[in-house]
Ligand binder design. Structure first.
Ligand SMILES: C[S@@+](CC[C@H](N)C(=O)[O-])C[C@H]1O[C@@H](n2cnc3c(N)ncnc32)[C@H](O)[C@@H]1O
Length: 228
């Protein structure tokens, strides 16, 4: 039996999340998906090839990771969250619920594929006002869309192609509050492609203390603690 969801949400939102996760999982349980990721894991992949393969796929964060991120956001009272990589907006729903339940704020969602952004908006509308109203979707290349107007950040979720993780972290880092949390997905699965990112986290002068939480394929959690 799957563990009970710790998410506070209406039954309609729970049903929507169950449906979207099921669609995402179904897409990932194919040979082509498995083989594509296997190649990526050991030989890397160009951004163009990942875009082409993943252009119509959810690649949503797994439910248990979403639960963990939601609880983390609730525990720290996060009210300003940046989500790097939104796709069809599944993880965004969790982040928005957390921000709303923390008293209100903003999730800056980012997606460069127009069709995905459109679909994400439809799902958020279906989720209703409690979800929709806290999301600001920035469409286009994240390295452009996050250049301005980000504010002070409590949490940065890096769920984007591995070569973008470090450039996005460097872009958002001046906006991180002390104690802000940075999360990156699949860091054990893609240990090689994440090498420079993980080395950056290891360098004490960058002010980030991190560990890998042992979810499937690994979830990196770093806390911004400059000068400690
Ligand atoms: C792993 S998916 C995000 C999944 C989402 N967080 C979820 O759990 O539902 C990564 C997304 O990042 C988007 N992406 C890739 N490169 C990007 C860029 N340069 N700017 C903005 N979005 C980008 C991809 O199109 C893809 O939809």
């Amino acid at each position: 039996m799957p563990p009970q969801s710790p998410i506070i949400a209406s039954s309609a939102v729970h049903s929507l999340l169950t449906r979207l996760h099921a669609e995402s999982t179904k897409q990932e349980q194919t040979w082509s998906h498995y083989l594509f990721n296997l190649r990526r894991q050991f030989f890397g992949a160009t951004l163009e090839s990942v875009d082409a393969f993943m252009g119509d796929k959810f690649v949503a964060l797994e439910p248990e990771k979403c639960h963990f991120v939601y609880l983390l956001a609730r525990s720290m009272g996060a009210r300003n969250i940046v989500e790097a990589g939104t796709s069809f907006g599944v993880s965004t729903i969790y982040l928005s619920l957390a921000v709303g339940q923390n008293g209100g704020g903003r999730v800056i969602a980012t997606e460069k594929e127009g069709k995905k952004a459109e679909k994400a908006r439809e799902y958020w509308k279906e989720a209703g006002e409690e979800v929709e109203k806290h999301i600001e979707l920035r469409e286009g290349d994240i390295l452009e869309t996050l250049k301005e107007g980000v504010g002070e950040v409590d949490m940065l979720l890096l769920d984007i192609w591995t070569p973008l993780a470090l450039p996005v972290l460097k872009l958002v880092k001046p906006r991180l509050k002390k104690g802000a949390v940075v999360i990156a997905d699949n860091t054990t699965q893609f240990k090689m492609p994440y090498r420079e990112f993980l080395e950056y986290l290891d360098q004490p002068e960058n002010g980030l203390k991190h560990m890998t939480v042992p979810f499937s394929n690994g979830l990196e959690v770093a806390v911004y603690l400059p000068e400690e």
